[in-house]
Design a binder for this molecule. Structure first.
Ligand code: HEC
Ligand code: HEC
Length: 239
């Protein structure tokens, strides 16, 4: 009983693999994870990266700080590992946005070196700072400390080593949309634990968290988040 069914499933899988391969996408030969690792191993040529960034600047702005209404995210100063994972996710259709998918596809960024160059340049730009006095409320502070701080850091600085994005200075509307997208299953490349943790929160809490985290003002020198190593006492890890 089990064997023919299993065989049938295997055939379907093989047929799919063959179809993907035959479709001629360069990506089909490497997984997203391989592409990320391969490109991160290369030494970026920042001058070439700066030239390639002209394409990105059309949307993300010449300084990489995105659009004030949050329709385009700030990317300047984000960790290279975070940028690489996200750009590659768009290349592999694991994150969906027609505009982004188009401009980072293999016609625009042909190989790992071109990816490394442009991402090296973007992460070298000074990060966007939230306006002074965008006062975070007490409820935001409490929610953030309980659910997010262990990874995203005391001041929203993220963590390069673990590829945790910097949230400080990101546009609040963009952060909110990402939280909603993730909670509703539209961000396939995000870790499942993360999505599950967000599902436990109410819509209003997501709004409060987006406003709070984006108003944080992390400097580049802020160290990695407290959760490195043993982790802070009482820090909530998402389950
Ligand atoms: C036509 C406009 C456009 C161009 C050109 C463009 N982007 Fe984007 N980018 C966007 C939009 C819109 C988003 C947000 C997508 C979403 O909501 O998921 C985005 C998202 C991103 C993200 C994810 C940020 C995060 O915090 O998760 C990265 C990284 C990024 N872009 C890098 C680049 C780079 C590098 C280039 C140039 C090679 C580029 N983009 C070119 C519009 C663009
Ligand atoms: C266990 C560590 C961890 C915890 C806890 C955590 N995050 Fe994250 N967060 C990450 C990682 C890693 C990513 C990158 C996900 C990916 O690769 O797409 C991320 C991505 C995000 C993004 C997308 C940012 C972008 O630029 O695309 C947002 C927004 C976010 N987290 C907000 C939160 C909030 C709000 C909380 C608390 C409710 C939280 N996170 C808790 C590790 C964590």
């Amino acid at each position: 009983m089990g064997t023919p069914t299993r065989l049938a499933r295997l055939c379907v899988r093989l047929a799919c693999a063959a179809a993907v391969f035959a479709s001629g996408h360069a990506h089909a030969v490497s997984t997203a994870a391989d592409e990320v690792q391969g490109a991160l191993r290369l030494t970026p040529d920042l001058a070439r990266g700066e030239r390639a960034f002209e394409t990105c600047a059309a949307c993300h702005g010449a300084d990489g700080t995105g659009a004030a209404d949050g329709s385009v995210p700030a990317i300047a100063g984000q960790y290279a590992r975070v940028l690489m994972k996200q750009v590659v996710a768009f290349r592999h259709d694991d994150r969906l946005n027609i505009r982004m998918q188009h401009f980072v596809d293999s016609h625009h960024l042909a190989d790992a070196q071109q990816l490394a160059d442009v991402i090296g340049f973007v992460s070298s730009l000074p990060p966007r700072m939230a306006p002074v006095g965008a006062a975070p409320g007490a409820q935001g502070a409490e929610l953030y400390a309980r659910h997010c701080r262990a990874c995203h850091g005391d001041s929203g600085q993220g963590d390069e080593r673990r590829a945790v994005p910097r949230l400080a200075g990101q546009h609040p509307q963009y952060v909110l949309e990402q939280l909603q997208d993730a909670a509703q299953g539209r961000r396939a490349s995000m870790q499942r634990d993360h999505t599950r943790a967000l599902l436990k929160l109410q819509d209003a809490e997501l709004g409060t968290l987006a406003a709070y985290a984006s108003a944080l003002r992390a400097s580049r020198e802020d160290g990695p988040s407290p959760a490195n190593g043993a982790g802070p006492p009482g820090a909530a890890a998402p389950r």
